[in-house]
Design a binder for this molecule. Structure first.
Ligand code: 4NP
Length: 153
């Protein structure tokens, strides 16, 4: 079982989108039994709040199932529980390290580190552009899964 924790600032826009997109991809590859996937926040801002409407609307358009969930915060103990802790941008990674301490087992990544074009995931919080965020997240999740299937990660 490979355990993946996606992380963003609020856990209402980007990291739940990544959680649901990767769950959908592994389901389509009949790999669901091999994965445990969830997501969390580095900040307290949105704890207890539901998934952002922009994420729900975009995933619904793309026929990606959305679960009913509320935002939770990343905990120090999560470092032991997960194999991959995947942030959206450099600022997330800094905040992840602040919560978990040093990444001694090299578990912390940015999602698009798995792509041939590493960069930050587009943040929809200020732009409202969930289309671009979805494209970036789909690219990152596909590349992550491809590397996993080739046993390169
Ligand atoms: P997310 O989006 O980190 O992708 O869930 C945001 C959610 C809340 C805030 C910023 C980004 N905020 O400033 O409260």
């Amino acid at each position: 079982m490979i355990k993946v924790m996606f992380v963003c600032l609020g856990n209402i826009c980007r990291s739940p989108m990544a959680e649901f997109v990767l769950k959908d991809l592994v389901r389509k590859e009949h790999l669901s039994d091999e994965f445990y996937i969830c997501s969390s926040a580095t900040s307290n801002e949105e704890i207890g709040n539901g998934v952002h409407f922009g994420t729900i609307r975009k995933l619904s358009q793309m026929n990606v199932p959305v679960e009913n969930r509320v935002a939770v915060k990343l905990k120090k103990e999560d470092y032991e529980k997960y194999d991959y802790i995947i942030g959206m941008e450099d600022y997330n990674v800094k905040n992840i390290i602040r919560i978990i301490g040093n990444d001694v087992d090299n578990k912390v990544y940015k999602l698009l580190d798995f792509s041939d074009n590493p960069r930050d995931i587009a943040d929809p919080w200020y732009t409202g552009n969930f289309d671009k965020t979805y494209e970036d997240i789909l690219e990152g999740c596909k590349c992550f899964l491809k590397k996993y299937c080739k046993s390169e990660i």
